[in-house]
Design a protein around this ligand. Structure first.
Ligand code: UDP
Ligand code: MG
Length: 315
């Protein structure tokens, strides 16, 4: 079976309302390109009619491959499932909510023709997203840039076109806590930005509530930096220096005979030290927990059905 020239891969979680418009626009873009193509859509354990929409679409359009996971695995793992099913020579990673315009595909193809390995979308503007989301996202990208040596481009999501070579390298990485945009940056090669404006969702609402955002940020930081682990060392040195200062101060005080029942300083020191120790233990726990998850070696995702495509059931 020859590979299609392009695969479009999108994870979908409760996207029944966004999908018809998504399929229409992506279909039109692929028609315009004219080469062979496929659209791999992963239903990440949706609770709405997403799977019915996907399976029905796979029956209508031979390019569509619908994949259903056993349960909700989360954005990054659902995307990984789609990436391991897709067969294209070039792979467009995109969200199903049309925040990122599929119409940029031809421009991305040109940049790959000119020798890029990865063309990533870099957001100039984010429409329809709350101030909170924009501020936290900006802070996150700046924090991660400070914590790691990998050049993870700021203000870029997973929206990108990658070559088969890059995708195979990505799929060879067995890590569970996946921060895909960082992993792609880590691979290297020639990575080229394409600036665009991010739009508001066509339908539905964000599937990234604050708790998921925090977990995503923690996965990104722990996957790409051990600086937090080292922080306990730095803080330890500072506390040791302060402690030594207090030690001298108390000896001198005792020498001079004016020691006081120092309740305040004692409480301050206990509080500060206790807080620091719990914080550092928490950081160690965050890494240890991920190490434990990884050591179990469970599959990253579990597929329930595939409809369409050469490896799937006929629709
Ligand atoms: N998504 C998913 N599983 C999840 C959460 C999200 O497959 O558990 C998909 C979702 O359907 C969308 C993409 O991941 O295609 C990005 O999610 P969303 O648009 O909600 O995130 P935001 O753009 O608000 O950061
Ligand atoms: Mg979105």
């Amino acid at each position: 079976m020859p590979r299609p020239a392009v695969s479009v891969v999108a994870p979908c979680y409760n996207e029944q309302d966004a999908l018809p418009e998504f399929l229409r626009r992506v279909g039109a873009v692929l028609d315009g390109i004219g080469s062979s193509s496929e659209i791999v859509l992963v239903d990440d354990g949706s609770r709405d009619r997403t799977w019915d929409v996907l399976a029905e679409a796979a029956g209508r359009d031979r390019r569509i491959v619908a994949v259903r996971l056993m349960r909700n695995h989360g954005h990054q793992l659902a995307l990984t499932a789609g990436l391991s099913v897709c067969r294209g020579e070039r792979i467009l990673i995109i969200d199903a909510d049309l925040q990122d315009p599929p119409e940029l595909l031809p421009d991305m193809m040109v940049l790959i023709d000119q020798g890029a390995d990865v063309v990533y979308g870099q957001r100039r503007q984010r429409e329809g997203e709350s101030l909170f989301k924009r501020v936290t996202a900006a802070a996150f990208y700046r924090l991660i840039a400070r914590l790691t040596d990998v050049q993870i481009p700021p203000d870029a999501g997973d929206f990108r076109l990658v070559t088969r070579r890059v995708l195979d390298l990505l799929l060879a990485m067995p890590e569970r806590h996946r921060f895909i945009r960082g992993m792609v940056a880590w691979i290297g090669g020639r990575q080229v930005p394409l600036v665009y404006d991010r739009h508001a969702r066509v339908a539905g609402e964000s599937k990234y509530p604050i708790a998921k955002m925090v977990r995503f940020a923690a996965d990104a930081i722990t996957s790409f930096s051990v600086v937090p682990l080292m922080a306990s060392m730095t803080i330890g040195w500072i506390m040791a220096a302060l402690g030594f200062g207090f030690f001298i101060y108390s000896i001198v005080g005792w020498w001079g005979g004016h020691t006081l029942p120092g309740w305040t300083s004692l409480m301050a020191a206990v509080g500060l030290l206790g807080g620091m120790q719990f914080l550092m233990l928490g950081i160690i726990g965050a890494y240890l927990g991920r190490l434990y998850d990884q050591s179990k070696g469970r599959p990253l995702f579990m597929i329930r059905d595939i409809v369409g495509g050469p490896n799937g059931e006929p629709p």
